[in-house]
Design a protein around this ligand. Structure first.
Ligand SMILES: Cc1ncc(COP(=O)(O)O)c(C=O)c1O
Length: 394
């Protein structure tokens, strides 16, 4: 397939390569060219591509049971829910198929929790400036990106925005109409912006004081990307609701909403549902992912490789100060702002030409979200490739 598949709606800016296989941190295109993958399917393939434990779990489950529906119990979803609850300290789990669906569930849960307390005016979802929560209408209404919202009006009402990391603004806007405050502990799509832990701590305190739920969207920054399994553990601030998706099953579609004690009884029979949510094969893959984490010191690798990558990116940013701003991010979710926005795509394309895949975010930021298993040599190689790509662009 040498040309792009033009029967697909043109909603993605696809690079002109067709990927046919992958292994570890490497992807291979149809010409046999190999790429070091430092974007991991946009923070999805945390264990790298075609990890044997995931492949085995998928194969085994596919031979046993692929779908029975949520009319019945099945082991993979039941065990996965228990494991996620145990590891997070949350009470209950709802499974869906994507990040946006996990956000939809959290929005509905926050409103229903207020409804159950007869607080009928408490319906506002207070999201943050710069946020990205997905493309469905509810998630989009909580997303502060005019480009993504344009042409889709009317979006659902009941959403407001607080300035990200601005405690005074939060203090002002978190009133008795707010059902939940929705925060990405690290904003990924807007260009890799970590929350201040002071902002998250104050959000926790104000939500408690004023009767709102605190929702952390860990869809991109969770599942070990900052080191610990959950981003909230990194910051030491416990939310009432956590949304997960992306890396949960290392590439198979699944989303999850984890609900703490305070809101665990908000949903009753019939309040929400999904045909495929928590389907056996993705659930088995997610369980395999958790098992691999138990057997490998991924947290230490994230810490070490993050430090290595940060140091190298700071070095490059200093050397090419006319091109780059100061790198930012946490764990293995790092961004380097590019001063002239068109150069971000140019660096990305030049690196790809030399066999390195990186992402962009927020229009002018290079985004690094490699598999969490990336080795020291692979990080060094990534930096060498970027350095070699720069002289033609700077
Ligand atoms: C923080 C965050 N929330 C929600 C989403 C939406 O997830 P999905 O694309 O699986 O619907 C994303 C996707 O990039 C995300 O990064």
């Amino acid at each position: 397939m040498k040309t792009l598949p033009d029967a697909l709606l043109p909603v993605y800016d696809r690079a002109p390569i067709t990927i046919v296989s992958g292994h570890g941190c490497e992807l291979v295109d149809e010409d046999g060219k190999r790429y070091l993958d430092c974007i991991a399917g946009i923070a999805v393939c945390a264990l790298g591509h075609t990890h044997p434990a995931i492949a085995e779990a998928v194969e085994d489950q596919a031979r046993r049971l692929v779908h029975a529906s949520n009319l019945y119990s099945h082991e993979p979803a039941g065990i996965l829910a228990r494991e996620l609850a145990r590891r997070s300290g949350m009470s209950r789990v709802f499974f869906c198929n994507s990040g946006a669906e996990a956000i939809e569930a959290a929005i509905k849960l926050a409103r229903k929790a207020a409804f159950r307390r007869s607080e009928l005016r408490r319906t506002t979802i207070l999201a943050c400036t710069g946020s990205f929560h997905g493309r469905t209408l509810g998630a989009l209404a909580a997303t502060d990106n005019p480009r993504y919202r344009e042409g889709f009006a009317p979006l659902p009402p009941g959403f407001a925005f607080v300035r990200f990391n601005d405690v005074a603004d939060l203090e002002r806007k978190l009133d008795e109409r707010v059902a939940a405050v929705l925060i990405e502990p690290v904003q990924g799509e807007s260009g890799v912006h970590p929350a201040d832990s002071g902002f998250l701590r104050e959000a926790r305190r104000l939500c408690d004081e004023r009767g709102a739920l605190l929702i952390f969207d860990e869809i991109q920054c969770g599942m070990g990307r900052l080191g610990p399994l959950f981003a909230f553990e990194y910051f030491g601030v416990r939310p009432d609701v956590v949304t997960m998706a992306k890396a949960l099953a290392n590439g198979l579609p699944i989303g999850a909403m984890l609900v703490g004690e305070r809101a665990a009884d908000a949903f009753h029979y019939g309040d929400h549902g999904s045909t495929f949510g928590g389907s056996p094969v993705p659930a088995a893959a997610a369980l395999a992912h958790l098992r691999v984490r138990d057997e490998t010191n991924l947290e230490e690798n994230v810490r070490a490789r993050s430090a290595q990558l940060c140091t190298a990116l700071h070095g490059l940013a200093a050397e090419y100060a006319t091109v780059f701003g100061a790198p930012r991010g946490l764990g293995l979710l790092l961004g380097v702002p590019v001063k002239e926005p068109h150069k971000a795509k140019a660096v990305q394309a030049a690196a790809r030409g030399r066999g390195l895949l990186i992402g962009t975010a927020g229009g002018n930021t290079l985004r690094f979200a490699p598999p969490l298993i990336i080795s020291e040599d692979e990080v060094s190689r990534a930096i060498e490739i970027i350095a070699a790509s720069l002289p033609n662009i700077a």
